[in-house]
Design a binder for this molecule. Structure first.
Ligand SMILES: *Cc1c(COP(=O)(O)O)cnc(C)c1O
Length: 350
């Protein structure tokens, strides 16, 4: 018997998510908050009463979901929390689509999406973005997909899909539309649809505490949409997906670290502009990013990333991305670190 015969046949050719994890003194690969974790949330974790560890947390993170609902201005039944937004993407896929259904996603976009689609026996269909890095509304709608996944600002390009296009896709398709706003905090003037989603009925907005909020290690995400949609997602995640420490820390961050988060966003946005300028000064053409990272097309991403790694700087290399070709994705960090990155890149390109 071959070793893989034990797994479900449709699982066998699903790739394992295994990003290069070699440790590197400067690591700009993950788009996490490299300014650190929110201070009041950290204080809360240090002060946690150990008795909470032996008990189950709330079934559906009620403290956090009610705080989020109040913060956003929607009803609690219109918010679901999960073990990272990954958990909610995964759960939402199986909550709304039958096995075999088509899921359309822009290409390039979040690499986990086709993986979660296939893990849930869905059929992912990659729809090339337009040259300016927006989702192609007509092409997405034409797939007739049951689920249309959108990501704005988009990972890995940093580019956005306008509110008009999101609205058009919701209006002119029969799909459940998922709008992944993992980087929405870094584009504060972009319409985020949090308040509008419940009334739109078929729109689910996905958000996370992993990026701007600086809590990637705790794994907390949330989804906002109509009560029917959110109820289905909650059912599909199963109970207890947000652990007690994660719920406590995220709730405190929301209540007490909003200013901290916004100040870090301002710094990341400044870095993004300075890094993009510096890259243009080197003759490169970075995409117009609205996230906490910059995506820059290069002739040979793997070679350049290798040379950067030799100089102690890790970035994410993408080869042959649809529309954009080879590119490096570089996460933002305090400026002295970005200067080290730029120095290493100048040497690597020399
Ligand atoms: C980082 C990222 C997420 C994952 O967030 P978690 O909440 O940490 O699971 C989701 N979507 C996109 C596009 C991301 O880049």
């Amino acid at each position: 018997m071959t070793p893989c015969a034990i797994s479900r046949s449709s699982l066998r050719d699903v790739p394992t998510y295994a990003p290069d994890a070699k440790s590197c003194p400067i690591d700009l690969r993950d788009n996490a908050n490299l300014w650190g974790a929110p201070p009041n949330a950290v204080k809360e974790l240090r002060a946690v009463d150990p008795s909470v560890l032996s008990l189950y947390p709330a079934v559906s993170a009620g403290t956090l979901t009610s705080a989020l609902a109040a913060f956003i201005g929607v009803r609690e039944v219109e918010v679901a929390a999960g073990c990272g937004s990954d958990d909610l993407i995964d759960a939402a896929f199986r909550a709304v689509a039958e096995p075999g259904a088509v899921l359309a996603h822009p290409a390039p976009s979040f690499s986990m999406v086709p993986i979660f689609a296939r893990l849930n026996s869905l059929q992912p269909v990659a729809v090339p973005m337009t040259r300016d890095g927006s989702a192609d509304a007509e092409a997405m709608i034409a797939t007739g997909a049951r689920i249309i996944y959108l990501c704005s600002p988009n990972n890995p390009t940093g580019t956005v899909t306008s509110a008009d296009i999101v609205r058009r896709i919701v209006r002119d398709s029969d799909a459940v539309v998922m709008l992944d706003g993992a980087y929405a905090e870094f584009a504060p003037d972009l319409e985020d649809f949090l308040q509008e989603a419940p009334a739109l009925g078929r729109l689910l907005v996905l958000r996370t505490f992993s990026k701007a909020w600086g809590l990637a290690g705790l794994r907390v995400g949330y989804a906002v949409g109509s009560a029917a949609l959110v109820g289905a997602v909650r059912k599909a995640t199963g109970p207890y997906k947000v652990n007690a420490l994660a719920e406590a820390a995220a709730s405190v961050a929301l209540a007490k670290d909003l200013d901290w988060m916004r100040a870090r966003v301002v710094e990341a946005v400044e870095c993004r502009a300075r890094v993009s300028d510096a890259l243009r000064g080197m003759g490169l053409s970075p995409l117009e990013s609205r996230g906490n990272f910059v995506c820059v097309p290069v002739p040979d991403a793997r070679m350049l990333a290798g040379r950067l790694a030799e100089r102690g700087v890790a970035v994410r290399a993408f080869t042959a991305l649809p529309v954009f070709g080879d590119a490096l994705r570089v996460g933002m960090a305090p400026w002295p670190i970005m200067e080290q990155f730029l120095r290493a890149l100048r040497e690597a390109m020399a």
